[in-house]
Structures are given as C-alpha cells and as structure tokens.
Design a protein around this ligand. Structure first.
Ligand code: SAM
Ligand code: SF4
Length: 335
C-alpha cells in the first residue's frame, strides 16, 4: 500500500503500482500498426539498458510500491540475455509477466516456468495465414498460432491481444470469440490507437460498441455475460455462456480508462513515460549511469502526468494526427 506522499502517487491521487519495461526496440515481426514502413531510428546499443541497469531501476520502483512488472518490446524474447533478465527480476517481490508475439515461445517454456511467469499476453491479429502475413509483413502464422496453443496446453494464463482494424479483420471477431469455446484464454480486442507513423485514422477504428453489436448478433444478448472487471483493469470483460474462456475489449479511444490508470512505462533506452500518449519523457538511465538517485526523476515524471490521455480529453483532440507525431512509434514504447 502506498502512502499519500509516495513518489508513485500523482496529482490526481492515482497510485502507480504497475511498471511496463520495454527490453528492446527491435522485433522479428513488422506489424503495420506498430512499426512504420521504413522502420524507426534505433538507439545506439550503448544507450540500451543492460540487464543490471534494468534490475537496478526495477528494484527502485519495487521499493517504492510497484507490485507488477510486465516485460515488453519490440519483441522481448529476441533479447539475447532474456534468461538473465527474467531471473534477476524474478528475485524481486513482484508479479512478473510478459507480452510477446509468440514466435519464439517454444524455446522458452521452461525458462518462463522456472522464473514463475504464469501470465502471458500473446498477440495475434488474424486466424488467416495470408492476413497474418499482410499485417506482420512476415510469413509466420503457423509458428505464432502453434506456440499460443502450446502456452495454453502448458497451463499458462494466456490473454490474446487482437488489434482490430476496419476492413481488415473485424470480420474475424466471432472466430476469435469462438476460440474461447474450448481454450481457457481471454481474447482481448484492442481499439487501434494512433502512434507516430502508423497511418491511424478514426475511420479505421472498430469501436467497443460495434464489437459488442457484432457479438450480440452472433450469440444473442442473453448468452453474453458481463463479468466483473478487476481493479485497474483496462478491459471490459465478457463471456459467452458455457465457453471456457472470456473475451474483453480495450477501448482506449472510445472509452478511455485513465481514472484508474496505475501504469508507468520504461523504454528500452531508459526513459520513463507517464502515459502511453505522452511525448515527454524523463531520463532515468543517464541519471543512473551518473551514479545519482533516480527517485527524484521518477517523482517528477509521475507529478507531470495529465488526467486523461496526456491532455487529449476529447475525441477531436485525440484524433489530431499532429498530437501524436512527437510521440514514439508503438514498437519503441511497448504497449
Ligand atoms: N512484440 C510483442 C507483441 O507484439 O506482443 C510486445 C510489444 S507490442 C508493441 C505490445 C502490444 O501492443 C501488442 O499486443 C500489439 O498488438 C499492441 N499494439 C501495437 N501497436 C498498436 C496500436 N497502434 N494500437 C493498439 N495496439 C497496438
Ligand atoms: Fe513487433 Fe509486437 Fe510491434 Fe508486432 S506489435 S511489430 S510483434 S513489437
């Protein structure tokens, strides 16, 4: 429990107990909504946090009240020292989890288990191999799908992230929900969000309301159960009656959940972001490398956090492309 003047409590009394750490800016896929067509300028290798630095920064957050850490990227499993990072962070008193595109998951089943990782978010935007190839610019559907199935068989708690894009995959909503008939997973539909270079516009959005319309039509309202959301949950949770798994919607665009936000984000080059949509960052790594305490910088960042989506309170302001052009591309934030 954090105290009132804890460095992780912001001006709106939100307590930040959840840290997402991006381990790498690179990826083995090239999802069009995440990575710009011509890639992103990568940080020099010497600017990327080492595993010791990740551990030191994470420890400081844990000392100040973080109870949950999620590793993300880029693709976290392509980092060569991922085993060491998992081991170091598993020694902290924290719930450790990972978000992955699942391409390499089969090589890490034992490592994940050994380090106490139970919760895995895997990303898959289509159940059709050709469409997968189109969106990821890589021909790896079978590996991704088989590995997600492997995680289910191995007993991990799997949440499957599906970014919906109009005209591309919204016709697969029901196929994805039907995966939950026999698989005890949560399929999470994510509203497509704007980031630098991802050609977002509102017309490509598949909204929370339209996803629910589609589900109600297919299963009828009486067969869909609204579940209780966990505290700080970013998703609205549902279930088709008698299905083993659930489905959920992350409606950052049409129904933001900033009031209960408890997240901070650390980029692979050691910058702290207080909001997914904030272009302002605070440099923890330089401070750490200078041998100075990072707590003051963390507090400064937390106190700068705006109430809603970095000040973009309305859909009009949020839809303005210029408001996102100074932010990073998603691949360099980590989701
Ligand atoms: N490579 C890993 C993966 O794909 O799961 C982890 C990093 S990825 C940036 C984390 C999550 O962000 C993925 O589930 C991805 O679908 C989601 N994401 C990326 N760009 C997005 C966007 N523009 N709108 C919504 N979600 C996005
Ligand atoms: Fe890579 Fe994940 Fe981004 Fe796709 S969503 S390009 S898998 S980081």
């Amino acid at each position: 429990m954090q105290t009132e003047n804890n460095i992780l409590t912001d001006s709106y009394k939100r307590e930040h107990s959840y840290l997402r750490i991006s381990l790498i800016e690179r990826c083995n896929l090239r999802c069009t909504y995440c990575m710009p067509e011509h890639g992103i300028p990568l940080s020099p290798r010497s600017h990327i946090m080492t595993y010791e630095e990740i551990y030191q920064i994470a420890s400081t957050f844990v000392r100040n009240g973080v109870t949950k850490i999620r590793l993300t990227g880029g693709e976290p499993l392509i980092r060569k020292d991922i085993g060491v990072i998992l081991k170091k962070l598993a020694s902290l008193n924290v719930e450790l989890s990972i978000t992955t595109n699942a391409i390499l998951v089969d090589r890490f089943i034992e490592t994940l288990k050994e380090n106490g990782i139970r919760n895995i978010n895997a990303s898959l935007d289509s159940l059709d191999a050709e469409k997968f190839k189109h969106i990821t610019r890589r021909n790896d559907f079978k590996r991704a799908f088989d590995n997600i199935h492997l995680l289910v068989k191995e007993g991990f708690n799997v949440k499957l992230n599906v970014v919906l894009i109009k005209g591309f995959n919204e016709n697969e909503i029901i196929d994805f929900i039907n995966l939950t008939k026999d698989w005890p997973i949560v399929v999470r539909f994510i509203e497509f969000m704007p980031f630098n270079g991802n050609k977002w516009d509102m017309s490509k959005l598949v909204s929370y309301a339209s996803i629910m319309d589609c589900a109600f039509k297919a299963f009828s309202k009486t067969n869909i159960i609204r579940l209780k959301d966990a505290p700080n949950d970013t998703s609205k949770n549902y279930k088709v009656s008698n299905y083993k798994g659930n489905f959920a919607i992350i409606s950052t665009v049409t129904n933001p959940f900033c009031d209960s936000c408890n997240r901070l984000r650390l980029t692979a080059n050691g910058q702290l972001k207080n909001c997914l949509f904030s272009s302002e960052e605070n440099d923890l790594l330089t401070q750490l490398r200078a041998g100075k305490s990072i707590e003051g910088v963390i507090q400064k960042s937390v106190l700068m956090k705006k109430k809603i989506r970095n000040g973009m309170n309305t859909n009009k302001s949020f839809s303005n492309e210029k408001r996102h052009s100074k932010n990073r591309s998603m691949i360099a934030i980590g989701g």
